[in-house]
Write a protein of this length. Sequence first.
Lengths: 205, 205
Amino acid sequence: MRRKEFEVTDQEAIESFLRERGDGVLAFAGDDGWPKAVPLNYVYTDDGSIYFHGSKKGEKMRGLSLDAKAEFVVYEAHAFIPSYFSDPYLACPATQYFRSVRIRGTVKQVEEPAEKARALAALLGSLQPEGGHAPIDHEDPKYAPPLRGVAVLRLDIAEMTGKFKFGQNLSDERREKVMQGLAERNRPGDLRTIEEMRAAASEPE
Amino acid sequence: MRRKEFEVTDQEAIESFLRERGDGVLAFAGDDGWPKAVPLNYVYTDDGSIYFHGSKKGEKMRGLSLDAKAEFVVYEAHAFIPSYFSDPYLACPATQYFRSVRIRGTVKQVEEPAEKARALAALLGSLQPEGGHAPIDHEDPKYAPPLRGVAVLRLDIAEMTGKFKFGQNLSDERREKVMQGLAERNRPGDLRTIEEMRAAASEPE
């Protein structure tokens, strides 16, 4: 079973995580009978689509044209929690806190030039928000040939699940010990993790 | 086709990357007919095995017991290269430099208590090198019950491919422009990227 205590049902928290991050891994069945795990930059657009870009020839195209079913996962590691924060003997409480979102859906190649241009503009806008290039426009004769040459893929979302692990499974006593350990260690990100732990602990089941 | 110019054949560079990193994504076929993308901490051991741990019941166990074929990918984003480093008009040269290693193999559940204990010790050793716990020993009566309760998975490697992108595809003129842009921008990691670009450019084809 997937451990339910870490599941996030707050759609806003899931979407805000997807907008914050920029890369993930796409899993699909390869045409050689092996599962594939391909790291990709992505953009999550205001209308709730996920876009990627890539080569028109290659394993993504070959695999996904035979079976368009895919799962895309976006992951961020937060604080690592050493066992001794809450247990002086056993190693078992050691764990990694994280946020992840898994998106199941089907991947379609976008053929329409205007949608391709919009998707690439959104993708680049998230990576290069300062601009510094001519607007990506399929009617600009300088953009038309490269736009035809690149593949744009759209993941049509069927299901989206968030899993954020910030000690929700701990007793109040253990949680206090972990928060104290983080406060004393005070590595970059540790204070944010304490805030996330507080927020997660106060959420209704 | 996979773009050959970014492929890394230096086994030492691949292994050193795997030792440096601690998480990746495992792709496999789910028992519901959907591909799965599961983020996992891992350890790459001195004898060339990859180990994970997890719950004994769950989608990994269900999917992998039906079809043990998997691909595990470890990815690190390096500098994002904005288009204007090398082109004042088109957005097309914008790209992400990265290192990634993809490992294809079959996943087996480790049942033998001594191997389980060694794998968990290696996994924790990479995350908590400072120690601070009793040695993980299957003969320690305090460890035996939790060791029985946790699943340890071993990925038996059939193929391992590295792809490091640091501008190997660029002309000398473009490469110089990108290195100059990085030197001026000077964000954390940019100087390291310049070094990687220099090293990649001087490698024999």
